[in-house]
Design a protein around this ligand. Structure first.
Ligand SMILES: NC(=O)c1ccc[n+]([C@@H]2O[C@H](COP(=O)([O-])OP(=O)(O)OC[C@H]3O[C@@H](n4cnc5c(N)ncnc54)[C@H](O)[C@@H]3O)[C@@H](O)[C@H]2O)c1
Length: 251
């Protein structure tokens, strides 16, 4: 097991029980990492099912029920991971939601809910892990932004603002901790085949595929591979970067 690239590494994937987060959890656990999956109550069962599917790595996945939109919950989860596993080498801020409407129809609650989970959540989690990573003089943080944060998208002002904000957060934290052995990067996926995309109207999905030069949706595993690369110890000179993974939809 020690020959695996992430052996002895411990980290957190928020929303890591399904979709893109599930693919990231799977790759990292199969590569030897101990992965703390943070999620909502409904994610618990899914996390256990995911663990049972892991190739000999089931014991490396641990579920912590945590709403990332609440700072105290983030602090408690980080404290529990530290208590139980001793260190935190990586953090993947993946949990995210959509509440789509045009600005004219979007309620203040829909605006605030998306900003809270998709932007405040990553800030809370980064704030909660940073002292530990500084003490370790080592850390890898990857934020899952979106092509929508770069290009905008009809009916997604809240989501686009949060994902654009996440890029600003990424670059700023990257600057602040660059001397501490910690890298902070973002990935900006295009349309990826997950439950989140399946909730879109069929016409919108067909339209996204048509407008993608690659002419298909991306796969969660294709995002996970890039995240794994950025989390690798050997990627220490990449920080403040945004990696597009969008089949050419936005260049
Ligand atoms: N699917 C896409 O096309 C796409 C494209 C670009 C970016 N993204 C981003 O990638 C990430 C994962 O997307 P996905 O498509 O796999 O989504 P998904 O809806 O399949 O999974 C999201 C996970 O996050 C969890 N979650 C939601 N709110 C939470 C909270 N408050 N606290 C803890 N966990 C919470 C959900 O329960 C779920 O397990 C999101 O940040 C999303 O915005 C997705």
């Amino acid at each position: 097991m020690d020959s695996l690239p992430f052996a002895q590494r411990v980290g957190i994937v928020t929303g890591g029980s399904r979709g893109i987060g599930g693919a990231i959890t799977t790759l990292l656990a199969e590569d030897g990492a101990t992965v703390a999956v943070l999620g909502l109550p409904e994610d618990r069962e899914r996390a256990h099912r995911l663990a049972s599917l892991l190739n000999g790595a089931a014991s490396r996945l641990h579920f912590y029920e945590t709403d990332v939109a609440v700072y105290n919950r983030c602090q408690e989860a980080v404290a529990a991971v530290l208590r139980e596993h001793g260190r935190i080498d990586f953090l993947v801020n993946n949990a995210g939601i959509t509440r789509d409407h045009t600005v004219r129809k979007m309620t203040v609650e829909e605006w605030e809910a998306v900003l809270r989970v998709n932007l405040s959540g990553p800030f809370f989690m980064i704030k909660a892990v940073l002292d530990t990573m500084i003490q370790q003089e080592y850390g890898r943080i990857v934020n899952i932004s979106s092509v929508v944060g770069e290009a905008g998208n009809f009916g997604q002002a809240n989501y686009a603002a949060a994902k654009a904000g996440l890029i600003g957060l990424t670059k700023t934290v990257a600057l602040e901790v660059a001397k501490r052995g910690i890298t902070v990067n973002a990935v900006a996926p295009g349309f990826i085949d997950t439950d989140m995309t399946r909730a879109m109207p069929l016409a919108a999905i067909e339209n996204a595929i048509e407008q993608t030069p690659g002419q298909r949706l991306g796969r969660p595993e294709e995002v996970a591979e890039v995240v794994r690369f950025l989390l690798d110890e050997r990627s220490g000179y990449i920080t403040g970067a945004v990696y597009n993974i969008n089949g050419g939809w936005y260049m």
